[in-house]
Design a binder for this molecule. Structure first.
Ligand code: KE4
Length: 425
């Protein structure tokens, strides 16, 4: 047994499934999860010293690549001054300024420690602001493991075919309505029937947790119009898209302004940090200024804010987003060439530097389009790529993330490996 196998055996005796987040267990692709000891730029090195080109990027945060010098230096310097004070710091103000300076609809922001915490707090704030109890979410979208959102969530839950998790009280589940992604009619219907009860609509403006599914033309604009018409709050979950698909996230790319925005991943630069923000009149309802309670021992933690600041500042350079777009385009073109020459049925869907190769006929517009998809094809592809030194997300329902650290050579190597892997599966 290799070292990852031994570590996995030890881990399973102590940690449920041997992992601290379900999707890492390779349940959807089979085999033993790799344990890693180091990341460097576009590379991951496993505990046996094998090197892989990494397209997971820690599920999105590492848009600069692993161990970027600016980030390492900032976190090291911060750590030398202490790891947490439980009191306000300069870095929290500076990070808030960077976020507000980038996300067009965000006037005020609260920092927390994960995307889940940001999403659940935004949902509570929307309820507190409107005095209403219900939320609309979309099948296949994932907003973290908050009870009210684990209703046909995407990502892990979708992968494990557990559309609504045990342990979620029926009373809580009943406060959430489900709609189909890209189906405005369904949302209109829910508002016609329950408009006066609906506090918010939460949506991934580009879905990434059923694989990458872009918004259909008019979908986001339609959500903006119907929520305004019924006095409901529109929440963009930009944990994945924020600071990735554009400097100002999906709201800048598509020109649709939500009332609240949920952030995570990139904004923490790989350390535990999430954020939620939006219209000042809504944010001012949050304690201690307002009555809606929300709190966190490590919110705005000095190490996490240092990593986030270093990351956002490194993304501030000229041409950075054009570079990410070009890298994304190059990888999509390489994967599409590999698919077309293999004769395997597949479609690549991409927004900026996030994309998914679905082994299905396109276009994938919602969960419905995925019903006939056979995840075992992706599982075989995943392992064939792993054997060729490319580390993909261990699930068909996730996104590949290209970073600034991926060179053209890396991208062409991935495309070559894909052509060989597709010929093999
Ligand atoms: P976290 O609590 O995992 O920081 O964020 C939850 C979350 C919220 N919103 C969106 C759009 C997200 O994508 C996520 C987390 N994404 C998953 C994978 N796509 C994280 C990986 C995992 O669960 O281990």
């Amino acid at each position: 047994m290799n070292e990852s196998g031994e570590l996995f055996q030890r881990a399973r005796a102590l940690i449920p499934g041997g992992v601290n987040s379900p999707v890492r267990a390779f349940g959807a692709v089979g085999g033993t999860p790799l344990f890693f000891r180091e990341g460097r730029g576009s590379r991951l090195i496993d505990v046996e010293g094998r090197e892989y080109i990494d397209l997971v990027g820690s599920w999105g945060p590492l848009i600069l690549g692993h161990a970027h010098p600016d980030v390492v230096e900032a976190v090291t310097a911060a750590a030398r001054c202490g790891t947490s004070f439980g009191a306000p710091t300069r870095a929290e103000v500076e990070l808030a300024e960077e976020i507000v300076g980038r996300m067009p609809s965000v006037e005020m922001v609260r920092l927390v420690s994960s995307g889940t915490e940001a999403a659940m707090s935004a949902a509570r704030l929307a309820r507190g602001f409107t005095g209403r109890d219900r939320t609309i979410k979309f099948a296949g979208c994932y907003h973290g493991h908050f009870d009210a959102f684990l209703i046909q969530a995407g990502s892990g839950a979708l992968t494990f075919g557990v559309p609504s998790s045990p342990g979620v009280p029926a009373a809580v589940a009943s406060t959430t309505f489900l709609a189909a992604y890209n189906d405005l009619g369904g949302v209109e219907e829910l508002f016609e029937r329950h408009g006066s009860e609906i506090a918010s609509v939460i949506v991934e403006p580009v879905a990434g947790n059923m694989g990458t599914v872009p918004p259909a033309a008019g979908f986001l604009e339609g959500l903006r119009e119907v929520t305004a018409r019924y006095g409901a709050i529109l929440i963009f979950d930009e944990v994945m898209t924020g600071f990735r698909v554009a400097r100002g996230g999906a709201q800048e790319r598509y020109g649709v302004m939500p009332d609240l925005t949920v952030m995570g991943k990139v904004v923490g630069g790989g350390l535990p940090l999430g954020a939620f923000g939006g219209r000042a009149e809504i944010l001012r309802q949050l304690a201690p200024e307002g009555p809606v309670y929300q709190a966190g021992t490590l919110s705005g933690n000095p190490l996490a804010t240092a990593a986030g600041l270093a990351t956002l500042r490194a993304l501030g350079g000229d041409g950075v987003y054009q570079d990410l777009e070009a890298k994304g385009e190059r990888l999509q073109a390489g994967l599409e060439r590999a698919v077309s020459s293999s004769g395997v049925t597949g479609v690549v869907q991409r927004v900026g530097s996030m994309m998914t190769l679905f082994f299905a006929e396109g276009p994938i517009r919602s969960m419905e389009s995925l019903r006939s998809l056979d995840p075992s094809v992706y599982a075989r592809f995943f392992h064939a790529m792993l054997r060729r030194g490319v580390y993909l997300p261990p699930s068909q329902y996730e996104a590949f993330f290209v970073s600034l650290a991926h060179s053209s050579g890396d991208i062409d190597r991935i495309a070559q490996a894909a052509a060989e892997a597709l010929a093999e599966i």
